[in-house]
Design a protein around this ligand. Structure first.
Ligand SMILES: Cc1cc2nc3c(=O)[nH]c(=O)nc-3n(C[C@H](O)[C@H](O)[C@H](O)COP(=O)(O)OP(=O)(O)OC[C@H]3O[C@@H](n4cnc5c(N)ncnc54)[C@H](O)[C@@H]3O)c2cc1C
Length: 478
């Protein structure tokens, strides 16, 4: 019985797709396209099945801006070297060692080639933009952003002769003893079965599947916002795990940042993120602070705030700051809530005015003299306050006063399929699958047991996508 179609199969007829392919790629984002291009360049026939329509093609990749790759020298767009060892140190620190070291080092090594490989597929880079995400040395920014990057990859894939089907959601997989046989997809015409020599699963994580998120987080997941594609529901991932592929990662581990609480439930993208935590204080709905807002330089800490807000009552918090901080960060899509006094601001946020006034007064009283410098870990801190604010602490005292409401914004999940260095899926018995490969979010948990370093999502997709495509082609041609 085809996995995923146990209930539907009897009710709906399944047409046979007229063509058999060497490589079937499930998904249409960065990992999928890198795999498809690599496989096609190796001489195989390739079909890409993308659930989204053409305009929304490319899943979360549409929203990206940059990719982290190791490199030994400065380039036209990167300000200095970023060695493999430094990349590994950064990854080990953010994951607190919760990573497969051999696989991670392999990825980092391969990332060195990605900058030229991906440019050869038509993607162009630009120097890093300024602002709080100062990644000009480590991360390569896509000229025109993720959508332009995807357009280049799709154009190259089309020119090479990759077949691409949009609005083609993979609904079922036929897998026998770890061997992929065929997939069933749904498009406008109904259900169709397509046979292929190999499968590359590059269909993202399960972040858009709230019910699945609840298994890791409980009911509070109802209050999460999903920053990317509503299509990443983990349909393919679930079928693979149900077919005996080994699972890796923790269901509650994911990349989650604090985003504007007014953002849409899905696909709000980068413009709903808020980078101003370090410039103010963050309070929960009882108007109480709960974490050191100035713990570290923002790019190193931004990915902890989704989890911190998730732990607060109602999964909501408020970043409160005053007039001097307003020009210091990139604004969100939505204007901040503004008032002439802290009490009035509290009323607009539906917080207890007295409680917020007390919190701000206690914070202001604890602020020590220092030299404010947003570009480094400065000496502006609080004394005698719990929790402390250890850098960039300045009294909140100059009207107008501002606030942004924030909720956890889930970027992508980490639980996925275990793979080896060839991006080949590992079965529950520890043996490599005969012909199934995975790349991108769907296997991110192999590298990211927890934590995040900006730009690594695209590294995982590009590096393992290229490997998966190449290995699938090698298998397909044998
Ligand atoms: C707002 C935002 C900003 C980000 N910024 C960055 C950044 O600057 N740098 C970075 O490294 N990372 C960033 N990320 C993370 C990054 O987007 C992902 O790590 C990366 O795009 C994952 O690539 P992927 O190909 O695995 O998944 P996606 O790009 O999400 O692609 C998954 C694809 O699978 C398709 N799909 C899903 N289910 C099915 C199915 N059943 N059948 C067929 N197709 C299916 C989807 O439609 C989609 O095309 C960001 C994420 C978000 C949400």
């Amino acid at each position: 019985m085809t996995k995923g179609l146990e209930l539907a199969a009897e009710a709906m007829p399944i047409a046979d797709h007229p063509r058999r392919y060497d490589v079937l790629v499930a998904g249409g984002g960065n990992a999928a396209l890198c795999a498809a291009i690599a496989a096609r360049r190796a001489g195989t026939s390739v079909l890409v099945l993308e659930a989204a329509d053409k305009f929304y093609r490319g899943g979360n990749t549409r929203h990206t801006r940059n990719m982290r790759c190791a490199h030994d020298t400065a380039t036209g767009t990167l300000t200095g070297p970023y060695t493999e060892d430094e990349f590994w140190d950064d990854l080990r620190r953010v994951t607190e060692g919760n990573t497969d070291e051999a696989l991670a080092r392999h990825m980092i090594h391969e990332s060195k080639e990605m900058l030229t490989w991906i440019a050869a597929q038509g993607v162009r880079f630009q120097p890093s933009i300024g602002g709080t995400l100062s990644l000009g040395r480590t991360n390569s920014f896509f000229l025109g952003g993720g959508r332009a990057m995807l357009n280049a990859l799709y154009l190259t894939a089309e020119k090479l002769g990759v077949d691409i089907r949009y609005e083609a959601e993979v609904m079922g997989l036929d897998i026998e003893d770890g061997q992929f046989l065929s997939a069933v997809f749904r498009d406008g015409a109904g259900l169709a079965r397509v046979r292929a020599g190999t499968l590359v699963a590059a269909s993202g994580g399960f972040e858009a599947n709230i019910e699945w998120l609840k298994q890791g987080w409980g009911e509070i997941a109802e209050n999460f916002l999903i920053r990317g594609s509503p299509n990443n529901r983990g349909t393919v991932l679930k079928m693979l795990l149900d077919s005996g592929v080994q699972q890796i990662g923790d269901p509650a581990q994911c990349h989650a940042v604090a985003i504007d609480a007014r953002a849409p439930k899905f696909d709000g993208g980068i413009i709903t993120r808020l980078d101003c935590v370090v410039f103010g204080i963050v309070v929960n709905r009882h108007a109480q602070r709960f974490y050191d807002e100035g713990e570290d330089i923002w790019p190193k800490r931004y990915a902890i705030w989704g989890r911190l807000v998730a732990a607060q009552p109602g999964q909501i918090a408020y970043i409160v700051f005053d007039a001097p901080s307003l020009p210091l960060f990139m604004p969100s899509l939505y204007p901040p809530i503004q008032a002439d006094s802290v009490g009035e601001l509290a009323a607009k946020l539906e917080l207890d005015p007295q409680a917020l006034e007390e919190t701000v007064a206690a914070f202001n009283a604890a602020v020590q003299p220092g030299t404010f410098d947003p570009a480094r870990l400065d000496d502006c801190s609080t004394q005698g306050l719990t929790p402390p604010k250890t850098h960039w602490a300045r009294a909140i005292e100059t009207a107008p006063f501002y606030a942004y409401p924030v909720r956890p914004g889930i970027t992508f999940t980490y639980l996925g399929t275990r793979v080896n260095r060839d991006a080949r899926m590992i079965m529950a018995d520890g043996k490599p699958s005969a012909n199934m490969f995975a790349a991108g979010e769907i296997m991110a948990g192999n590298v990211l047991g927890q934590g995040y370093a900006a730009g690594i999502g695209m590294t995982i997709g590009s590096v393992f996508g290229r490997i998966a495509g190449g290995e699938a082609a090698r298998h397909g041609l044998n």
